[in-house]
Design a protein around this ligand. Structure first.
Ligand SMILES: [Zn+2]
Length: 399
């Protein structure tokens, strides 16, 4: 009997017959979990009897940290940018559905919308931990409305905004969004007048700033990074192409003007349609739209009729892609296959990197001792076999 009161009596789970992703390597080792956290077994053997209350036979699975999707617009018919009285339940519905794709945390993403949509939807989306009810919400990602008209993509032009005062003040942000309390990330165009002070204002409040839908040149992008920006939204899409005289935002990847100790991550939808990926600091995102998860055929989503064929969603009757319907596990598999990267690199692009970007890597995105036991169990083909949140099984294939 342990006499030390600091030693917990809570049950211990031991995951056996697995390879765990730790220190950037898959290692043949067991994983120990207590009270929803990853436990250091050495300490356990010294302090206690060294036994587990429960053993989970992983049958040779890879255990990766649970996936984190920082850009997902909806799925299964739900569009997070639709203002309704049950926007919160729409988010919950999708949160439950993405467990089967190994996603344990996410940032519901709103595209450019009028102020009344933000004011209605934001208060309904609470930051909360995941569980059987679904993946945890780390905060919203607001993509727009402070973006470039020239690179608006599918964002509705009539709702784009500039910083009215030209000073990028908190007032401008509050007028658009209503609140920043549950916002994890904002994507904006750094060339807009006043955007640099908006970047500082957001970072001061713990909101990650991403650059995107922008015609910024490299020096504007570098200024934004000096002001605190740390991410590039869907690299190569909706920005100036890399040009040797001015490489634009893309140039941040090789810039020597980024302050020491600052890392700029970049998002990519690695579903094979939008981009052709190439390595480091990569954060895989699905950028999935409401059509994700729906069966093949025609669907009416909001004002739009779309047609799903295979892995693609088209505006019905055309060959115009209407958005991504990729799932996170598909992105991981595709990224590995298309880039020839290692299993470890593919998994970290969906777990460690987004956690670092959001500043939550002290508890998520890795299997370090003390981290949340959010786990994705995969076979060698990187197909998801089971998903755990805080050490609890929340989804298992075939059950
Ligand atoms: Zn976008």
């Amino acid at each position: 009997m342990p006499s030390n009161k600091s030693v917990s009596d809570a049950p211990i789970t031991q995951f056996i017959n697995c390879r765990i992703l730790r220190d950037h390597k898959l290692q043949r080792d067991d994983l120990w979990v207590r009270e929803g956290k990853i436990l250091n077994p050495e300490k356990l053997f010294f302090d206690e009897q060294g036994y587990a209350d429960e053993r989970v036979d992983c049958e040779g699975s890879i255990i990766a940290p649970g996936f984190i999707d920082v850009q997902i617009n909806g799925g299964h018919g739900v569009d997070f940018s639709q203002a309704s009285d049950d926007a919160g339940s729409g988010v919950s519905f999708v949160a439950q559905k993405i467990l089967e794709h190994g996603v344990t945390s996410f940032c519901p993403t709103l595209v450019t919308s009028p102020a009344d949509v933000y004011h209605k939807v934001l208060p309904q989306v609470k930051v909360h931990d995941g569980g059987r009810h679904g993946a945890g919400v780390l905060g919203l990602h607001l993509e727009g409305p402070f973006i470039s008209v020239e690179k608006k993509g599918a964002h509705p032009e009539q709702f784009l905004r500039t910083f009215r005062s030209g000073a990028g003040s908190l007032d401008d942000l509050m007028e658009a969004y209503g609140s920043l309390d549950n916002v994890a990330m904002v994507t904006l165009a750094p060339e807009l007048s006043g955007s640099q002070s908006a970047v500082r204002e957001l970072c001061r409040r713990g909101v990650a700033v991403s650059l995107g839908h922008s015609v910024a040149n490299l020096s504007q992008a570098e200024d934004a990074v000096r002001s605190g920006a740390s991410f590039i939204t869907h690299l190569f899409n909706a920005m100036l192409p890399f040009h040797h005289r001015d490489p634009g935002i893309v140039g941040l990847l090789t810039s020597d003007q980024v302050p020491a100790g600052r890392t700029v991550y970049y998002g990519m939808i690695a579903d094979g349609i939008h981009t052709n990926p190439a390595a480091l600091r990569l954060v895989l995102v699905t950028d999935a739209i409401a059509a994700m998860g729906l069966p093949p055929g025609r669907h009416t989503l909001g004002q739009q009729v779309i047609e799903i064929q295979g892995l693609h969603a088209y505006v019905a009757g055309t060959k115009t892609l209407s958005g991504s319907i990729a799932t996170m596990d598909e992105c991981v598999r595709h990224f590995k296959q298309a880039s020839g990267c290692s299993v470890e690199e593919a998994l970290e692009a969906a777990s460690l990197h987004p956690a670092q970007l959001l500043g939550v890597s002290h508890k998520k995105g890795n299997l370090d001792y003390g981290s949340d036991a959010d786990l994705t169990l995969l076979d060698d083909g990187l197909n998801v076999r089971a998903t755990y949140i805080s050490g609890e099984e929340v989804w298992r294939k075939g059950s």
